[in-house]
Design a binder for this molecule. Structure first.
Ligand code: HEC
Length: 483
C-alpha cells in the first residue's frame, strides 16, 4: 500500500492556519458489491425488475420520490419501514452498498422521469418565459467542432476554442473562415483537445491571450493539461510563454479528466486540473500535494507562484495549489460581489458538485462522495467527514455540469449577480441565486438546445451560450430580453 498521502501530513502541519482533523476512510477496495446486482438480488422481487412496483411500491414515482432525501432512503433500506412491510437490510448490506443503492435508485427514477431526452432541439422561434425575464434565443454563429470556450476581446471580437484543436474568431456576428495560426501541438482524443481561452484583464496594454489545452507527453498515450499565453498578431499567436506545466515525462496516461477553466482575479490566475483517470491510484492523487491533478491552482498571471499560497512551505508540495480534493473541475467563476470562487465538477456516476472554493481547503475527493463507480460498486461509505468541505449542491444522478458564469450585464437586471451553469448530459442552462455563500434558489432557464459548454456575459450585456450538438457542428447563441 502507498503511504497515507503526504497531503494529510501537510494538512496537519502547523504551517496551516486551520489544521483539519482528517481521518479519511482508507478505501481497501472493493467496499461492496455493485448496486444493480444488489437490486436484482434483494429488491426486485418486491419492487419489480424495472422498479415499477409489485408487492412494494413503484420506486420511480416522481411525486413520492421527492419526499425522500438520501439519508431517509438509506435509513428505509437499512432499518425497513415502520409498518414492517419493507424488511430491514442493515444486516445483509453494508453502509457503502446502501449508499450505492440510493444512487442507483435515484438514477433509475430520473431515467424514467425524463424518458428519452430530445437532444439538439431547433432554437425556439418565439420568446421563452422564465421566473424573472422573458427572453429570445438568438443565433450568433455555427459550424464549430465542439465550441468549448469563448472570450471577448476589447474590440468586441470573440475568440472561440474548438475542442478539435482550432482557435476561431467571430467578428461582427460572423464566424471567420480562417483559423488562428501559431498554436502549440494539441492532443485531440476523447476528452482531450483545445480547452479554455481567456483574455488578460489588461489586454489593451499587454495583449495577452491565455489558452488551456492537452499537451502530448514524452511517453506514448500520455497527455496533460498545459496553460500558455501568447499575443495575437496578423492572425497568428506569437510570443508564446508557458504559464503552467509539469515535466513531460510525468504526464499521466489516457485522455480524460483534464479540467480546465481560467479565471482572473487581480494579479492572479485561478484554474482547475482534473484527476486524469478513474483508476483508484490516479484518482487518489487528488489528495497528494506533490501532484498537481485534482486541485484548484492559483498563480500570478505570468505563471509565478504567489509566496502566500497555502502550501508553498509544505515539503514536496506543488506551490501553485490553492485547494485540493476535486475530481474534474469543468466550471470556475469568481463572484464579482464578494470575490468568492465557485467551481463545478463532474463526479463519477452521481456525485456531480457545485463548490465554493476556499483557500487551502480539501473538497474530499475520493474520500467522500455521493457518487459510485461506473460499474455500480461503491467508492466511499462516507458522504461527509470532518475537515472535508461538502458541496454547496450535489447532483445524483449526474447532470455533467460545465462552465459557470456570474451574469454582470445590464440587459437582464433581475439576473444581475446570479450564477449560471451549463450541463452536458441533461443539456440545461441553470440559474442560481447565491446569498451568504449559499445557493438559495435554482431555476432551469432552458433545456435540450444542445450540450451547454460555455456561458459568458457579452460586452453588449446579452448572455452568450456555446452549444455542442450531438452528431453535428456546434453553435453559439445569445439570450436577449423579450420585454
Ligand atoms: C419483501 C418485500 C420487499 C423487499 C424485498 C424490499 N422492499 Fe422496499 N418496500 C416494500 C414495501 C411493502 C414498502 C412500503 C413500506 C411502507 O409503506 O410501509 C417498501 C418501501 C420501500 C421504499 C420507500 C419508497 C416509498 O415510496 O415508500 C424504498 C426506497 C425501498 N422500499 C427500497 C427497497 C430496496 C432498495 C430494497 C432492496 C434492498 C427493497 N426495498 C426491498 C417491500 C419490499
Amino acid at each position: 500500500m502507498r503511504p497515507i498521502f503526504p497531503a494529510l501530513l501537510v494538512l496537519l502541519a502547523p504551517t496551516l492556519a486551520r489544521a483539519a482533523p482528517v481521518t479519511p476512510p482508507v478505501a481497501s477496495p472493493p467496499l461492496g458489491r455493485d448496486a444493480p446486482t444488489l437490486y436484482a438480488e434483494w429488491c426486485a422481487s418486491c419492487h419489480g425488475e424495472h422498479l415499477d412496483g409489485g408487492k412494494g411500491p413503484r420506486l420511480t414515482d416522481a411525486a413520492r420520490w421527492h419526499a425522500f432525501d438520501d439519508a431517509t432512503l438509506a435509513r428505509v433500506i437499512r432499518d425497513g419501514s415502520r409498518t414492517g412491510e419493507m424488511p430491514a437490510f442493515g444486516g445483509a448490506l453494508n453502509a457503502a452498498e446502501i449508499e450505492a443503492l440510493v444512487v442507483f435508485l435515484r438514477e433509475s427514477a430520473a431515467r424514467r422521469r425524463e424518458a428519452v431526452p430530445q437532444d439538439n432541439q431547433p432554437l425556439p422561434t418565439g420568446p421563452l418565459r422564465s421566473e424573472e425575464h422573458a427572453f429570445t434565443v438568438e443565433w450568433v454563429a455555427e459550424g464549430f467542432d465542439v465550441p468549448w470556450s469563448m472570450a471577448f476581446l476589447p474590440d468586441g471580437r470573440m475568440l472561440v476554442t474548438e475542442r478539435g484543436g482550432r482557435l476561431r474568431i467571430v467578428e461582427n456576428g460572423m464566424l471567420r473562415p480562417e483559423t488562428i495560426g501559431g498554436l502549440p501541438p494539441v492532443v485531440v482524443k476523447d476528452e482531450a483537445g483545445l480547452l479554455s481561452v481567456a483574455v488578460d484583464p489588461d489586454y489593451a496594454r499587454n495583449g495577452w491571450i491565455y489558452l488551456a489545452y492537452c499537451d502530448p507527453g514524452a511517453r506514448p498515450e500520455t497527455a496533460m493539461t498545459k496553460i500558455v499565453r501568447a499575443r495575437l498578431r496578423d492572425g497568428e499567436l506569437v510570443d508564446r510563454e508557458a504559464i503552467f506545466s509539469i515535466p513531460r515525462d510525468q504526464y499521466p496516461k489516457g485522455y480524460a479528466l483534464f479540467g480546465c477553466r481560467l479565471v482572473f482575479d487581480g494579479d492572479y490566475l485561478f484554474f482547475g486540473i482534473g484527476v486524469r483517470g478513474s483508476e483508484a491510484a490516479v484518482t487518489r492523487d487528488a489528495q497528494d500535494l506533490a501532484k498537481t491533478t485534482g486541485k484548484i491552482h492559483r498563480v500570478f498571471r505570468d505563471g509565478r507562484v504567489p509566496p502566500d499560497n497555502p502550501f508553498v512551505h509544505a515539503p514536496g508540495a506543488a506551490g501553485s495549489i490553492w485547494a485540493l480534493g476535486v475530481r474534474n473541475p469543468q466550471g470556475l467563476a469568481r463572484n464579482p460581489r464578494d470575490g468568492a470562487l465557485w467551481e463545478s465538477e463532474h463526479g463519477p456516476r452521481g456525485g456531480d458538485e457545485l463548490n465554493r472554493i476556499e483557500r487551502g481547503q480539501n473538497y474530499g475527493w475520493p474520500f467522500v462522495t455521493r457518487g459510485i463507480n461506473y460499474d455500480g460498486t461503491p467508492i466511499s461509505d462516507k458522504t461527509d467527514a470532518p475537515g472535508l468541505v461538502s458541496p454547496a449542491v450535489n447532483w445524483t444522478p449526474s447532470i455533467a455540469p460545465s462552465e459557470l458564469e456570474f451574469y454582470t450585464g445590464d440587459r437582464f437586471p433581475r439576473w444581475k449577480g446570479n450564477l449560471f451553469m451549463g450541463t452536458l448530459a441533461t443539456q440545461k442552462l441553470l440559474r442560481f441565486v447565491i446569498d451568504g455563500g449559499r445557493v438559495v434558489h435554482t431555476e432551469e432557464i432552458f433545456h435540450h438546445l444542445g450540450r451547454v459548454r460555455d456561458i459568458k456575459t457579452g460586452p453588449d450585456g446579452y448572455l452568450y451560450v456555446a452549444l455542442e450538438l450531438i452528431g453535428r457542428p456546434g453553435r453559439i447563441v445569445r439570450l436577449k430580453p423579450a420585454e
